[in-house]
Structures are given as C-alpha cells and as structure tokens.
Design a protein around this ligand. Structure first.
Ligand code: 6DJ
Length: 651
C-alpha cells in the first residue's frame, strides 16, 4: 500500500502542507485520556505488539517472520531504526536490500500489522554503539546523546533524511505507523540533558507534523529524566518485576491515558562467556495476562530476536566489558531460526482470551539440514595476505592511532612496529590503562605469542631479536550499547610497553577482510608459499555442494577457539567456541546454494585451530554450552539425513 503523497510534493514540505490540506479519509490513532485508552479511527483500541528487528533478519525471510507474528495474535510490531545501519559514512545513505526499511514497512502492511517505530537516534538494542554511527567518534570530544552542537548537527542531518521518508507511512497519512518513540531509555543515561530531549521532540514535530503520537520509554528508575512534557510516557519491565508498583509509578507521569509497557521481556540477551539467558513460560504468560487484564497495551521484547550478523553486536559494561553474542535468539517466542516455540503457543493462548486471533495453524518449524564433518584447508596466516587486506598501505604514526582516527569502524586492524633492541629474556608486554579495546593477537616475526584482552588479560611475555617485526592484530568486539559513561573508542588506546620501553613508530593497517573474502576463488591461490604450521590468526576454507534443496542449519565448530565466519561471502558473525555459551551459528537457508552448486565457507581463526580442522552443520542450535559433551554427528549415507548423535567425551 503506497501511503499518500499524491502530488509527489518535496518531502520536507509535506508536514507543513498537511496543516492546510485536510486529509481525505485519513485514519486516526490517539490517546483517549477520558477513558484511559487508545482510539483507532475513533474506536477503543489496545495493541498487543512484538519486537522484530529487520536488521537482524535477511530480507527474504521478513514476510515469513511477520506472518508468524500475525498468526500469533499480534496486531502490531515494534522495531528500531539503527542510524549506523543506514548512514555508513557522513552523508552516505543506504536503504537497499536488507536495509530497505520501507520494504519492511510494506511487508508489515501485507501482514496486517500496525507499526510502533523507534528511530532513536540512540536505540541500545545490544547493537553496535546502540545504533549511533562510529564515525561520530572521529570527533573525540563529541558528547553523545546531549545537546552538544556537533552531536545535534549530525542528528539533525540524519533525521532530515529519514523522517520525511517516514512521514507518508504515518497512520493518519494512510500508512501503518501509529506511534514513534523519541530516543531510548534516556532516563538511564548519565547526561539527563533536557535541552537534548526538547530538541529531538521539536525536530520530530517539525518533520512529522502534530498528529503522530510521540512517546518515550524508560525503566521505572529512568522515568524522571526520560520523560518530557508533550511526549506520552511509557515504561518497560519484565516478568520478574512488580507490575502494580511500576504502573503506579507510571501514573505519576501519565495520570490518564492507557497504561503501556513498551518492552515486556520474553527472554534476555546473552554475553560471550556468561550463561545462556532464559525466561520461563509461566512467568512470561502470567505477567502478560495480568497486564492485558488491566487493559494495558503491551509490546513483547523480543518476539523474534534474529542474529547479530557481521560485526554488529554491541556490548555492555558490568564491572567489565561484556560483548553480546552473535545469536540474538533472546529465548524469544519465535526462535532465531524462525520456528514457533512452546512459549509462542502459550502467549497466543493468553492473547486469545482478550482479542480475536487469526484462524489457522502456525507454520511448523522449518526443515533443517545436517552436513559434514567437512575438513577445511589452510589458506594461510592473515599476515601473508596483508597487501591484499590493506591495499592502500599502512598509516604511519609515532603513537598508535585508534580505529576511529583511521576511519575503520568495525572488524580488525593490524598494528606493526619493529624491536629496536634484542629481548633475549621473556619480557612483559602490556598496554597501560586497560588500553586494549578489545582483543589483541600478538606475533613476533609472524610467530604467535598470545592474546591480550580488555579487562581480562593485560600482559604477556615475549622475546625477539633487534629489528624483529612486532605485530598486534586488534579486534573490535563491538562497541558499548548500554551503560557507557564514555565513548567506546577501539584499538590500541595507549602505546604498548615492552619491559621498560614505550614502543613508538607504529604502522597501522586497517584490514578490509570482507572485501577479500567476498572474492570467489580460493584466496590461497593469491599467494606463493603455503605455511605448514599455521601460527596465530589464520584463514581456513573449503567448498561444498548441497545435493537437493538447501535448508536452515547450524554451523558447529568443535575444537576451534575464536574467530569470524563467512559463507558465500556473507559475514555470518563471530564464533567463540572456547568461551560459549553459543556453540553454533545460525545459517539461514537463503545463504546456501542448492542442487549441487558449490558453497564456500571461510574461517578466520584468531587463536588455535583443532588438530583436525573440521566443521559440521547440525540440525539444531547449541546456545548453552553448559552441555559438557561434544556431539559429533556421524555422517549417514545420503550425507544430509539425521543420524543418532554419537556422544563423545567432554570438550
Ligand atoms: C536493566 C536494563 C537496562 C538496559 N536496558 C535494556 S537491556 C535489554 C533491552 C534492550 O537493550 C532495549 O533496546 C532497551 O531499550 C532496554 N533493554
């Protein structure tokens, strides 16, 4: 359904002209404070919504997920718009492919789902830097999420592109967007800058007109600083929280109007190295039913979580730096691979007590595929491809520069210097002020010496001859998306120290690994020598056919340590088998070529490769590595059928 702009007016003029031109047959979505409810087209309305992030699901699967959400009984969906996903460089915008936000809005319309939009500018969401673009940090003194003129200039520029595109999609303009959130849990942020919130509210009104319902969302402790006159106040809380107390607190800010929980947690996020998070079905359904009995409108966060593909995961800081896992399954009602779970049917049953749900069955879980074990070939050490990974050559500086300073937003950068004297005894190598952001893989003349990790491992000992190359591969593990009291710069934030010597004279190689891996031919053909004994960050790959149709599957990397995976050039995300809890990576069916065509998988293993460099594709995920057993699925005759798992000793 194409929303209204019949005269194809310049998009910035639209809000102004709607003041003059009454909208024919325009819908309405308003707060009825007299009866503590919403009105949709004049009739009492309560939304039962679920969060689904288009940026965590391949575009070809959007319709499938939205259909399942509708069939679950939802009448609305809620999603964020990550600024950094759409403006990769200042003034460069991308709304194509899996970034086509408007195609997603069309799919939501086709699924008969209304939309609650949350464009930020900050979104949290366990997404890199909470959705703010890393290029903001090229101005090291910028004060994010405040009325800092430099920050507001970038925000204004972005929203003057995005919001006019959103305008035709507003419900009263014939679209499906019924409300729009301003910022995100601002009351939880240290700044509490009301000029900033007022600026945003004014900008949204100027670009979206005065009819659209604008709201804020905060946890109970954040309502004071997160709410603003003129913006409808909503709250977020989960099954374990005290609903009565929280809604009573909300009433202090919204004495009249519908109660709204904008994020009712159906599950929770996972951090590398921590246990997998779950929320029980009885707790989730009990809380939902209690809210619906009160007449509250509810959005369940998440209803379908999806995946942090590529380098897009964010991080938290709870005593130490905690990167979010690649899987954003969230123990949500619809699993990461799009399957309805028992939690979904339980929620659907609760919703059916309060409003009509679509007739007909939920689609069954999608068929899954097993494959392997497959043996990967050694392509070579990462250092062997340096000229291809950094074709423009290194940047030279006396002191190491950050990722942001060299305009490398994500992934990896190699820092190189040369030993100015021989270090014959094992000598301490470290970076002051916890200055490794976030993991460093250290080589001397190409020989792996070990790892430094932010907060976790602050020194190692090495030796080397005068003139030896000292290489430090720096991995950006994702920028803080919540709880950050300072900007999360990445790289070597201080010059490292070897013994008593501050190391200077650095070469920085920003690495364009994705560009190289996208090339189809085996990258080892690009180089002459084939090292027999890999050391440190190393590429492995293989090609494999899928006979018959491709299916969803889960990449399992038993014995591998930590790294990045690409399938047919698509960056599937990070693996960290050694740390868990996630042991498998979801591989969506559309990434795989069927019917005998060759698929290519490439791994960048950052630490240690298993004695047998094999991988498998399983027919089920392993997201909680408290399983103390490693299952190697024996390969049946027709390669892809499921056979009984053979239990091996613990890993
Ligand atoms: C105590 C929680 C404070 C941080 N807020 C969180 S953790 C999970 C969710 C998502 O990040 C969501 O984007 C936030 O708005 C609220 N929330």
């Amino acid at each position: 359904m194409a929303p209204k702009n019949p005269l194809c007016l310049p998009s910035l003029l639209l809000p102004l002209l709607t003041l003059l031109l009454p909208q024919a047959d325009s819908g309405s979505f308003v707060v009825d404070r007299d009866h503590d409810r919403f009105l949709l087209d004049g009739a009492p309305f309560r939304y039962v919504s679920g969060s689904l992030h288009y940026f965590r699901v391949p575009r070809v699967l959007w319709a499938d997920r939205l259909f399942k959400m509708r069939m679950s009984g939802l009448n609305a969906i809620q999603f964020y718009v990550p600024w950094n996903y759409h403006e990769p460089e200042p003034g460069v915008y991308n709304f194509n492919g899996s970034r086509d936000l408007f195609a997603f809005l069309r799919e939501a319309t086709l699924a008969n789902l209304l939309v609650i939009l949350r464009p930020g500018p900050y979104i949290c969401a366990e997404w890199d830097m909470g959705g703010l673009p890393a290029w903001l940090l090229r101005n090291p003194k910028i004060h994010l999420r405040t009325s800092d003129p430099d920050f507001l200039a970038a925000v204004d520029s972005w929203f003057k592109v995005l919001l006019p595109k959103i305008y035709p999609w507003l419900y009263h303009n014939g679209g499906n967007i019924i409300s729009i959130q301003v910022e995100n849990e601002y009351g939880s942020y240290r700044a509490c800058d009301m000029n900033y919130m007022r600026h945003l509210a004014g900008l949204f009104r100027a670009l979206l007109g005065d009819k659209i319902l604008l709201f804020t969302t905060d946890g109970p402790e954040g309502l004071k600083c997160g709410s603003l006159q003129g913006l409808y106040t909503t709250v977020d809380f989960g099954p374990a929280d005290n609903m009565t107390k929280t809604f009573a607190l909300l009433r202090k800010y919204e004495p009249h109007g519908p109660l709204v929980n904008s994020e009712y947690y159906t599950g929770w996020l996972d951090y590398w190295g921590q246990n997998h998070s779950t929320r029980s079905i009885p707790a989730v359904t009990k809380g939902l039913e209690n809210m619906l009995k009160l007449g509250a409108s509810v959005n369940m966060y998440m209803f379908h979580g999806g995946t942090n593909f590529g380098y897009w995961n964010g991080a938290d800081e709870k005593g130490r730096f905690l990167p979010i896992t690649t899987s954003y399954d969230y123990d949500a009602p619809i699993s990461e691979s799009g399957d309805p779970t028992p939690k979904l049917f339980a929620i659907r049953n609760v919703i059916s007590k309060f409003q009509e749900i679509p007739l007909g069955p939920l689609p069954p879980p999608s068929p899954k595929m097993m494959l392997g074990p497959l043996t990967l070939q050694l392509d070579g050490d990462l250092l062997a491809f340096l000229d291809l990974l950094c074709p423009q050559g290194p940047i030279r500086s006396i002191l190491p520069m950050t990722f942001e300073a060299v305009k490398q937003d994500h992934g990896f950068m190699l820092y190189r210097t040369y030993l100015i004297h021989t270090v014959s005894k094992p000598t301490q190598f470290w970076v002051p002020n916890n200055g490794v952001h976030d993991r460093a893989y250290v080589m001397v003349d190409g020989v792996f010496q070990g790892v430094l990790e932010r907060n976790m491992k602050r020194n190692l000992f090495l030796t080397g001859k005068m003139g030896a190359k000292l290489d430090v591969l720096l991995e950006n593990m994702g920028r803080l998306s919540f709880g950050s009291n300072s900007s999360d710069f990445k790289g070597l934030l201080e010059p490292p120290i070897l013994g008593q010597t501050i190391l200077t004279q650095w070469l920085m190689f920003p690495l364009k690994i994705d560009n190289l891996v996208k090339r189809w031919f085996p990258i080892q053909l690009l180089k002459s020598s084939h090292p027999q004994t890999p050391s440190g960050p190393t590429f492995y790959s293989t090609v494999f056919p899928i006979f018959g149709s491709s299916r969803d599957t889960f990449l399992f990397l038993p014995g591998w340590t930590k790294g990045q995976v690409w399938i047919n050039g698509f960056n599937l995300g990070r693996y960290w088998t050694k740390r868990g809890p996630q042991q498998t990576l979801y591989v969506p069916r559309p990434l795989l070529f069927p019917r005998g065509a060759l698929n290519k998988i490439t791994l960048l293993e950052l630490e240690n490769v298993p004695s047998h460099p094999q991988i498998q594709f399983l027919d089920r995920p392993i997201l909680n590595n408290t399983l103390h057993k490693t299952y190697i699925y024996s390969l049946s005759a027709d390669v892809q059928s499921t056979s009984e798992p053979m239990e091996l000793s613990g890993h």
